[in-house]
Ligand binder design. Structure first.
Ligand code: ASP
Length: 345
């Protein structure tokens, strides 16, 4: 393994890592990448080149939109041949959505794209940002003895864990270990040494080189079931004009209450060409609609299994497939297959 002759593009989108307290309101606000660089002089100690690109103005990741994902894809694709890896500094709030979206949009990716950020701003003494950033850069720069990237996929690195991006969820608003990949093992752990497991996985299209994909259609909704959910609520959501896809967050292994109105509304939506994908509200485990009658009724109504997908991944995959003009039948087929390691079949 080596980082010799690596070159990294650091893309700064914003987030806590580069924020500072407003002296008047006390709220955290963004500051420029140059200030961030001043706070981490260690960036100058790597023995390979690091260039940077910054979103101007940097954004709190709550303001992330598909347009910003498109921008990231454009930056990576325009600079793809010049760099051996990419590190994206991003707010933690929507990082798992961006990582999932990029995993689908960067078709044929053969280089590391690592997202990281922090829970405490870089100017704060106990910040987790320095460690997260420096190790992300090191991982993005690491290649095997044949010169091929060790982790040629979109990942999140946080609190010593490298995770497949489209498998992650933000699970904690307080602790440094803010992300979890419940249904897929970590790709690397950083201690005294960085230990890699299960890496060098390349997804379809890699032989043809990077084929950036830009279209996303956000006419989708996440509908989370809860005991007592009202018929009018479900009817209004499924009746939204222009709605094309629903991520249905169900109980356990994909179960829903046995209410005739619910099944009727869902099967009517499926008949109207709305794609309904079943993901579980549980942190870990998979949807198995054949297991209980309460799940089987959804299967019969035309609902597609999201397997062990995170909500973030299911939403962005739907946006991607809808954005690429796939028919409900195509989407059904693509949801039943893994595009970038997002589900276990
Ligand atoms: N609100 C911030 C953001 O997501 C939180 C963070 O960076 O951790 O941009």
């Amino acid at each position: 393994m080596t980082t010799a002759n690596a070159s990294i593009l650091l893309i700064y989108t914003g987030g806590t890592i580069g924020m500072i307290e407003n002296p008047v309101t006390g709220a955290l606000e963004n500051f420029s990448f140059d200030r961030l660089r001043q706070h981490i002089p260690e960036l100058g100690r790597f023995d390979f080149s690091i260039d940077s690109f910054q979103f101007d103005p940097p954004i709190d990741s709550s303001d992330m939109e598909p347009e910003a994902w498109q921008r990231l894809v454009r930056i990576i694709s325009d600079n793809y041949d010049r760099y051996s890896g990419f590190v994206i500094l991003h707010g933690t709030d929507t990082m798992a959505y961006t990582a999932s979206a990029l995993s689908f949009m960067l078709k044929g990716l053969d280089k590391p794209v690592i997202l990281t950020g922090s829970q405490l701003p870089i100017g704060v003494l106990r910040t987790d940002g320095r460690e997260n950033l420096l190790t992300s850069i090191e991982i993005a720069a690491t290649r095997d003895d044949e010169g091929r990237a060790l982790v040629p996929e979109v990942c999140i690195f946080f609190e010593n864990h490298l995770m497949r991006g489209n498998r992650t969820t933000k699970i904690n608003a307080e602790n440094f270990n803010a992300f979890r990949s419940s249904n897929y093992p970590v790709l690397a752990k950083a201690g005294i040494h960085i230990k890699y497991y299960n890496t060098a996985r390349r997804f379809s299209g890699v032989e043809e080189g990077l084929q950036p994909q830009y279209s996303m259609d956000s006419n989708v909704v996440v509908l989370k079931l809860f005991p007592g959910i009202k018929e009018q609520v479900v009817a209004s959501i499924l009746g939204i004009e222009g709605l094309k896809g629903v991520v249905l967050e169900t109980y356990g292994s994909g179960n829903a209450p046995r209410k005739e109105w619910l099944v009727n509304l869902i099967s009517d939506a499926c008949r109207r060409g709305i794609v309904v994908v079943n993901v579980t509200q549980c942190n870990g485990g998979t949807v198995e609609m054949e297991r209980y009658e309460t799940g089987y009724q959804l299967l019969q109504a035309g609902v597609i299994s999201g397997y062990d997908s995170t909500t973030e991944s299911a939403v962005t995959k739907l946006m991607f497939l809808l954005g690429h003009g796939c028919s409900p039948e195509d989407i059904r087929a693509r949801m039943n297959s893994s595009m970038a390691g997002e589900i276990t079949l």
